[in-house]
Design a protein around this ligand. Structure first.
Ligand SMILES: [Zn+2]
Ligand SMILES: [Zn+2]
Length: 419
């Protein structure tokens, strides 16, 4: 029987891992510069956490979540996103007790039972960042600035930054009423899902992917016309700081989020490529989620970056060759092979990427292997070299060869080759 990976679940193969590591290590490097600390959260949580945090009637919770029962009958779910878990951990461990403002990030796989398509997988990966405890607007601008800096440091600059404000519970009420009466006029043209949303939450019509609904929503009233004074000042400040930080952005009033705990600043980073799947990162303020979870009344803002999309863009635009070993040992004969085996491990301890072929092979075959691995240098040691006490060090690019004494070989190679 031939096993294959589960549909929508993908292996990340050795030749791809370099790009993944680059994205993750660059994220860690930059987030730490900005004062964010890593938190690692479990893959499994109580299913209820996500129903509460994301919304029972959202597609994510009602259709896409991987749920299971453990042996005691607890209903668990593979996390479909990270924010709910981070907030759960923040409250559970009372992280607010040390210092009320916590800046956290986490990187890892998420799981959603979606229709697999280009750039969409059932196990996908996200980089998540949250600032908990600060109402903004400096935090909002810092977060957006940090994402854009992260992308540009990877060599990716061709993005559109969309920003919007969702207001607060106070000013969203009148907007919702106005939106409902607008949508009522087009009720029969809305898709069945949106007709249901009209009763539960008309804001969620903005999330609809059906074309006719998109057309209708294009002329809908704008939240920005309904912002209260505090929300207006907040959004003005965010935009001012973004300008002072030299960031280009567009105000996009269609960028809405359908859940009540989302407030004020919301944003999305899009690439013009990848067709409809063009959001690479998105996030926003969710000042009311903490209370919803029974925690302290702390404001918060966060974002998620889709790692698959970033990796895809890097693979298309930024060529990065895998690096070969610093040195390949090519011994000839049993005595040289045994000596080389020990040198090999010592060279590695000394910080050189070192390789050797353990099967006894002729020089030609070993040189072919060194070539294939893209080794910088090859050390050739046969019986003659052992008698002379000098090996041959060959540069694989210039083809130049020099003699190198064997009695202090490891130190000498480290001195010559360490970068
Ligand atoms: Zn408001
Ligand atoms: Zn619809």
């Amino acid at each position: 029987m031939l096993y294959k990976a589960v549909k929508g679940f993908k292996d990340i193969l050795p030749y791809q891992v370099g790009t993944w590591n680059r994205v993750e290590s660059e994220a860690k490097r930059i987030f730490e510069l900005f004062g964010y600390r890593e938190i690692r959260i479990p893959v499994l949580e109580k299913a209820e956490l996500f129903a509460r945090g994301i919304g029972q009637d959202t597609d994510i919770v009602s259709k896409e979540m991987y749920t299971l029962e453990d042996r005691k009958g607890n209903r668990l779910a593979m996390r479909p996103e990270a924010t709910a878990s981070v907030i759960r951990a923040y409250i559970e461990h009372k992280l607010y007790k040390g210092y009320p403002v916590q800046k956290l990030f986490t990187i890892g796989p998420m799981f959603r039972y979606e229709r697999p398509q280009k750039g969409r997988r059932r196990q996908f990966h996200q980089i998540n960042v949250e600032i908990i405890g600060d109402p903004g607007p400096k935090s909002d601008s810092e977060l957006i600035f940090m994402i854009m800096y992260f992308f540009s440091s990877l060599g990716l600059n061709d993005f559109i930054l969309n920003v919007n404000s969702l207001g607060c519970l106070k000013c969203r009420g009148p907007f919702r009423a106005e939106l409902r009466s607008y949508l009522d006029r087009y009720f029969v043209q809305l898709c069945p899902d949106c007709q249901k949303r009209m009763e539960t939450n008309p804001l969620r019509v903005f999330d609809c992917k059906v074309e006719t609904c998109n057309q209708i929503i294009k002329d809908a009233p704008s939240m920005l016309d309904f912002l209260c004074n505090d929300c207006t000042n907040h959004f003005d400040s965010v935009r001012l700081y973004l300008k002072q930080l030299d960031l280009d952005f567009v105000v996009n009033s269609y960028l809405m989020r359908g859940l009540d705990y989302y407030t004020r600043t919301t944003f999305e980073v899009q690439t013009k490529e990848m067709g409809a799947q063009n959001a690479v990162a998105g996030g926003g303020r969710y000042d009311n989620l903490m209370k919803e979870f029974g925690g302290p009344d702390s404001p918060a803002i966060g974002f998620a970056i889709g790692v698959e999309r970033v990796v895809e863009l890097l693979e298309e635009h930024v060529v990065q060759e895998e690096e070969g070993p610093d040195i390949f040992l090519a011994p000839l004969g049993k005595e040289a092979e045994d000596k080389s085996f020990v040198w090999l491990q010592e060279l590695r301890k000394g910080g050189l990427r070192s390789e050797m072929e353990y099967r006894s092979l002729g020089l030609k075959a070993q040189m072919r292997h060194a070539d294939r691995l893209r080794a910088r240098k090859v050390l050739i040691v046969g019986e003659d070299e052992l008698i002379k006490g000098k090996g041959i060090l060959r540069d694989m690019v210039s083809k130049e060869q020099i003699e190198i004494p064997l009695d202090n070989l490891v130190d000498e190679l480290i001195r010559l080759l360490i970068r």
